[in-house]
Design a binder for this molecule. Structure first.
Ligand code: NAD
Length: 428
């Protein structure tokens, strides 16, 4: 979803150009990696409940598959654009490469607003999306997943259509399926836990004990809730988190200096990660304004809500004791704010490394589907920890060796891996 001011594909290309320069990539390789390898734009006609036929626009962009089949979610959004899909497919390539899983980068989307559609109409869109592209996706070619406003039910409809068309069972065609229908245990926890595995490693590097630290989060949804739980298990104290209040149509920060308690907050939190602020006040929480989460006197900040939240306006409000920023959300920091964070010497764990736990677990889901043998949750989370930790160490070692900002080091590793794969295949 882009707006006129911000074109995510231009940002993605500018980030790539910067690192391509540092890596001294050849012109052909730059041209190959600056754009999507292939993309599809198609119509999805749907017989609506009203009797009329409405045509929805669908997309799939595959940025690069030199390291393995494409991987990336499908978003349903009224403001979806092909440039957003292109940018996200490129970021998926770098994300899969930084955690060293054998997958490329893709993304898909449909311009639609699921809130305005019945379940039957949504099913028709899912089946129509698969029909339009059935020959160009698949477990060995390009593997979709849920994303903004799509869920496990949408994935099952898509799987069902794909299997009907191809006349066989292909549980590895799509990830994000419900547990028991080919989904993986641990997927719900994976992104939030992955963020904290990287925070744990950053703390080790800075020689700080987790139990001596405090943190503040933006967002209280899937990523934040599991990240908070694991960070608290490590001994850390979360003093604040923010959320979007559906009724008031604005966001707030809730805070308690002695630390928030998940067992009392979860029962008063809705499925969209919004809390009941009256009940929170009764439990002793202060309710502060939207940006208060970033101003707290903490050691660690975890933006885990939306893009562009640490920007020219908010970056100067970051507390003076903040030592680590772990980007749980995709693209939470604007280019200007990034410069300020770099100058301040805050240890930044970039989004495509910090939140790669989700895609890593999706890869594990696909592996389990292909074996038709499913691991216990501990096994999944253990493998996840190993992958995330190895990725973090590789990035931080390069950053130390070449005196680089962590985001630049992560990009250098990813882009170099993908460029090498293109080269070894003889493409460039
Ligand atoms: P979610 O919908 O479960 O939760 C989002 C949270 O952000 C909610 O608590 C909501 O109230 C809050 N929020 C929304 N607007 C806000 C605002 N203006 N100010 C403060 N809080 C606000 O989403 P999620 O799955 O936790 O994802 C969060 C971010 O992480 C997104 O950027 C997403 O793309 C990214 N991400 C998620 C995953 C995953 O596996 N869930 C993986 C990779 C990246």
């Amino acid at each position: 979803m882009s707006n006129e001011k911000y074109n995510p594909f231009e940002t993605a290309k500018a980030q790539f150009d910067n690192v391509a320069e540092m890596l001294e990539l050849e012109t052909g390789t730059r041209e190959m990696l600056r754009n999507t390898m292939r993309e599809y734009h198609f119509n999805i006609p749907v017989h609506m409940d009203s009797g009329e036929v409405k045509v929805f626009r669908g997309f799939r962009a595959l940025h690069n598959d030199a390291r393995g089949p494409g991987k990336g979610g499908i978003r349903f959004h009224p403001h979806e654009t092909i440039d957003t899909v292109r940018a996200l497919s490129m970021w998926m390539t770098w994300k899969c490469a930084v955690v060293d899983i054998p997958l490329g980068g893709s993304k898909g989307g449909v311009i639609c607003d699921p809130h305005q559609l019945s379940a039957r109409e949504q099913e028709q869109i899912c089946r129509g999306w698969v029909r339009a592209i059935a020959k160009d996706v698949g477990p060995l070619r390009d593997v979709p997943a849920p994303d903004v406003m799509t869920n496990a039910q949408h994935m099952l409809w898509m799987l069902d259509e794909f299997e009907a068309i191809h006349g066989n069972k292909f549980p590895g065609f799509i990830t994000g399926k419900p547990v028991g229908m080919g989904g993986s245990l641990g997927r719900t926890e994976a992104t939030g836990y992955g963020v904290i595995y990287t925070v744990r490693e950053a703390l080790k590097e800075l020689n700080i004990r987790p139990e001596d630290t405090k943190a503040s989060f933006q967002g209280f949804g899937n990523v934040s809730q599991y990240a908070i739980r694991l960070y608290q298990q490590m001994g850390g104290t979360v003093i604040a988190a923010s959320y979007w209040d559906q009724a008031d149509q604005k966001s707030y920060t809730f805070k308690r200096d002695s630390g928030i308690d998940m067992d009392e907050l979860i029962p008063i939190t809705d499925k969209f990660g919004g809390i009941d602020k009256d009940k929170a006040k009764e439990l002793g929480y202060e309710i502060l304004d939207a940006n208060a989460w970033i101003e707290q006197d903490v050691d660690i900040l975890v933006p885990a809500a939306l893009e562009n939240q640490i920007n020219a306006e908010t970056v100067n409000k970051i507390g003076k004791n903040v030592k680590i920023i772990a980007e749980g959300a995709n693209g939470p920091t604007t280019l200007e704010a990034d410069e300020v964070i770099k100058e301040r010497g805050i240890f930044l764990i970039p989004d495509f490394l910090a939140n790669a736990g989700g895609v890593t677990c999706s890869y594990f889901e696909q592996v389990q589907c292909n074996m038709n043998y499913y691991w216990e949750k501990d096994e999944v989370l253990g493998k996840l920890d190993t992958k995330m930790t190895a990725a973090f160490i590789a990035v931080s070692e390069l950053a130390k060796k070449k005196n680089l900002y962590m985001r630049d080091a992560a990009y250098m590793i990813s882009i170099d891996r993908v460029a090498q794969a293109c080269k070894s295949r003889g493409w460039v």
